[in-house]
Unconditional design. Structure first.
Length: 187
């Protein structure tokens, strides 16, 4: 009867990718704010100088010598544009770090079915006899169920999720809980 439902590899990869994605996007914004936009402004100002001095015919040679693209930038970035890159970059990196912390806290979680209890991922042992009900509304379609319990007069709940946790052990745990509820109701 013992079953262990661990976090699925696909869940680990998806949530890890989200954390990585936010960090990479944040670094991209910061790169633009620190390097990309100032370099673009340098090219813009140089092109504008050639333009104001009526020397645009010399621009391609100057751009090539400087290692620039001959096509001038489409705009001059303002201080607000650069500040926006710092803000967005910082926010994205903070979101990435938050997502990584969440991911790291989840990947080792396990549901365990014992002979007379379920050990939920927060290391709490919930005796099967203390289960008072199940909300199965999303079990068939999404593999989500909320299990309600009462221990020493204190109510609690936990969620069974057969996408986040290994499917077969999760279904074994659900079957054991339903079996216990059937015994309690005399079915």
């Amino acid at each position: 009867m013992p079953a262990e439902a661990r976090i699925t590899p696909i869940w680990k990869k998806q949530k890890g990718f989200i954390a990585l994605f936010f960090c990479v996007i944040g670094l991209w914004f910061l790169f633009d704010g620190i390097i990309g936009f100032p370099r673009s402004n340098e090219r813009w100002l140089a092109h504008e100088k050639f333009k104001s001095e009526n020397r645009l015919s010399e621009w391609p040679a100057h751009a090539k010598e400087a290692g620039w693209n001959e096509t001038p930038p489409h705009k001059l970035y303002k201080k607000e544009d650069i500040a926006g890159q710092y803000i967005l970059g910082t926010l994205a990196i903070l979101a990435g770090i938050g997502a990584f912390i969440y991911w790291a806290g989840q990947i080792k979680r396990v549901f365990k079915l014992e002979a007379d209890a379920v050990v939920i991922p927060v290391e709490k042992r919930v005796p099967l006899a203390s289960v008072t009900g199940i909300n199965r509304k999303n079990w068939e379609g999404k593999g989500l169920a909320t299990v309600y319990f009462s221990i020493d007069g204190r109510r609690g709940k936990f969620i069974l999720d057969d996408y986040k946790f290994d499917r077969d052990p999760m279904h074994e745990i659900m079957a054991a809980i339903e079996q216990q509820l059937g015994k309690q109701s005399g079915v």
